[in-house]
Design a protein around this ligand. Structure first.
Ligand SMILES: [Zn+2]
Ligand SMILES: [Zn+2]
Length: 346
């Protein structure tokens, strides 16, 4: 067997280098997986632009994948060589203060895993135990790779508890998160989904997946349009997926009295957001926040992919090789594509 593999290594903002690295050996409880498809993610784009607050470079980039188990560590019994698998990027410990309260996404000992933009990667033991899944034969590797974004959307979907007939406005629509959200909102019976974004190419995918109204924020004022479409009231629910201070603030203006806002897109530490306290308080506006998802939600998300309840194919805009990762991220930033599949065999 070969001893070296190619891997796209993140060296810092706007620096990714294709390197030859030793193929890692799985330790107790771990899996070594040959990556067959990995997908680019909004988090990769954010990290590429400005670094990641928790993870200093260098590290092998990428965290969404589907692949084949090529070696199992000691003590692994539920997976074996040749099995097709995907795994979430994180797993909770199941024992800490938060895990005991069903809030595993806030776990104090959360284990993360990176390294999908490479020929091979290790899955850490706790992720193997809690959030690794066998991919059935009829599901392509690249579809299973979308597990992680889906886990976070499932968590947000539970939080907003959409009621039949509700009008939902999504700020930052056209990105992968919003495109999954649209499908789950409609599944819950949302009446209207107003997709507000900047990229006509991405908004057309939102339309394909069932958004009832498209708003190009470069041409139309988002707030005015939402109010017009809701007879001046504002949306029942506003989901902010763009991750900017201005869209956080706009979302509070675009919601109706008694409605709720979900701030999905994270902002850098230290960011201060201005909201009208009287509007929020006397208007009974619920400001919801979320991050990640639990192991139970990872299972639920995986089942949504396997059953075909969520259509992930329209999120995949094309395929690239390992040495084109940087180019793929730049195309995401430009809004030309939704997600790209990285195929290490190309
Ligand atoms: Zn991701
Ligand atoms: Zn925990």
């Amino acid at each position: 067997m070969r001893k070296e593999m190619r891997a796209a290594v993140y060296l810092g903002p706007e620096q990714i280098e294709l390197q030859s690295l030793p193929i890692p050996e799985p330790k107790e409880g771990e899996l070594l997986v040959k990556v067959r498809a990995a997908t680019t993610c909004g988090t990769d784009v954010k990290t590429y632009r400005r670094g990641h607050p928790k993870f200093p470079p260098p590290f092998v980039f990428g965290h969404e994948f589907g692949g084949d188990v090529v070696k199992v560590g000691k003590g692994v019994t539920q997976f074996y060589e040749g099995m097709r698998v995907t795994a979430n990027v994180f797993a909770e410990c199941g024992e800490c203060y938060y895990c005991q309260r069903g809030q595993g996404n806030l776990c104090e000992n959360l284990v993360y895993n990176f390294g999908a933009f490479a020929e091979c990667m290790i899955i850490p033991a706790s992720i193997v135990r809690k959030t690794t899944f066998e991919i059935p034969a009829h599901i392509p590797y690249a579809h299973a790779a979308l597990l992680e974004p889906l886990v976070t959307v499932v968590h947000g979907w539970h939080k907003v508890a959409v009621q039949p007939g509700e009008t939902v406005a999504i700020l930052g629509a056209g990105g992968p998160i919003s495109l999954i959200f649209i499908q789950l909102l409609l599944r819950s019976g949302a009446g209207q989904v107003i997709a507000i974004g900047h990229s006509p190419a991405r908004l057309s995918v939102a339309k394909e997946l069932g958004a009832t109204h498209l708003v190009n924020a470069k041409e139309q004022d988002a707030l005015t349009t939402v109010r017009e479409l809701t007879h001046g009231f504002g949306a029942d629910l506003v989901i902010e997926c763009a991750g900017t201070k201005s869209t956080w603030e706009t979302s509070v203006e675009a919601v109706r009295r008694g409605g709720r806002v979900l701030w999905f897109g994270g902002l850098p530490s230290g960011t201060k957001v201005a909201v009208d306290a009287a509007r929020v308080h006397y208007g009974e506006i619920d400001l919801l926040n979320m991050h990640g998802g639990t192991a139970a939600e990872a299972r639920e998300a995986f089942d949504l992919i396997v059953s075909g309840s969520v259509n992930v194919a329209p999120l995949l805009s094309g395929e690239v090789s390992l040495d084109q990762v940087e180019q793929a991220l730049k195309r995401m930033m430009a809004g030309e594509v939704v997600k790209m599949v990285v195929n290490p065999d190309l």
